[in-house]
Ligand binder design. Sequence first.
Ligand code: KIV
Length: 271
Amino acid sequence: MSVHKEVKKVTTNVLQEMKNRQEKIAMLTAYDFSMSRLLDASGIDIILVGDSASNVMAGHVSTLPITLEQMIYHASSVVRGVKKAHVVVDLPFGSYQGNSKLALKSAIRIMKETGADSIKIEGGYEVGDSISRILTAGIPVMGHLGLMPQSIHKFGTYTVRATDQKEADKLIADAHYLEKIGCFAIVLEKIPASLAARVAKEVSIPIIGIGAGGDVDGQVLVLHDMLGITTEFSPRFLRRYLNLSEDIVNAAQEYIKDVRNSDFPNENEQY
Ligand code: KIV
């Protein structure tokens, strides 16, 4: 008899139960198979295939250029490395705004072609039609409010959002709206901690913060930032857990030295 140990997948219900039990949710981004396999082994709750791939994988200055096809490539690679974590995928710029039929088509492509568990969309009331239509297909949607990098040309800067009352009031109204129409969670990016805490208290679905303080239901960071692969990006909210850029450059320099000196390969490293 073979003993088959079932891995309990992190579903949207599991995430809601975590909020109900006041257990914090840990989320990181990944864009490829090797990293997602390691993150899944670490016990991470959610892996976000973020459109930040546009920056950290492709070297663009914003998230706007990444295409749906490219997001599908990244997401399907990530999914192949994951057994347990919930995998959520960003709908990229231009694949959902102002056209709910296009939004549904884009979301269906992501779910069908990658095997992901849900999708994420930036925006509140203004993208409500797109979110509602996607939800009719049984596709779970995570919202994203506060700093929304796809709207960088509207904001003009990556600075803290909702510091004035008008924008804070809209954000609170949008969070309630996203909960009401059926989003299973919301990311709040770069807003005052007190505002994020208020939203997490008032709204019953999980609130995941990035630069939104500690009084929310979970945290997300971009993997390349927290591993110290990116070095030029140092916002206050970022905690670096490794300095991989230095380790990688050092390792490459050691290798170059060994090759130049004919120290690599040695007798044990050949056939
Ligand atoms: O694309 C991304 O990585 C994100 C996170 C910053 C939340 O949306």
